[in-house]
Write a protein that binds this ligand. Sequence first.
Ligand SMILES: [Fe+2]
Length: 166
Amino acid sequence: MTDWIRKPEEFEYIVEPDVFHDLFGHVPLLFNPVIADYIQRYGQGGLKAEELGAGEMLARLYWYTIEFGLIREPEGLRAYGAGILSSSGELKHSVQSPEPQRLPLELARTMRTRYKIDTYQQTYFVIDSFEQLFELTAPDFTHLYDQLRALPEFGADSKPLAARTA
Ligand SMILES: [Fe+2]
């Protein structure tokens, strides 16, 4: 966990995670048992992904869910990702702005989509429930990684990039 906190003028958005991000953004979600199980399963997958050189693909799933995930609820679109919840500016951008792409969370697409680390996201992935997130997260994505390595990636703006040559 981090040990510093943003200045008042940085309240809307900061690049580096601070203690406000950790405590306000991450901790409440960990009290949800389905999310806690998802994180555990994700961690198991992380060990496997490291062995397979697929850490970057799996990291994108974390980024677009636990950090910048959106969820569709009966009342409308809501944010659950800690990166959004700890940024009042990105909260409005992600849920209300017409600018970003909002796509249904789909493993293959999410793992092929790059992301921004220094500005608001241009693409968000939307889930219907935390149960959906848990169900689609297998502890071993070996087969999926093999398929995805042969396919082109998408930029953070959701536009397809040229096919990888190596
Ligand atoms: Fe975080």
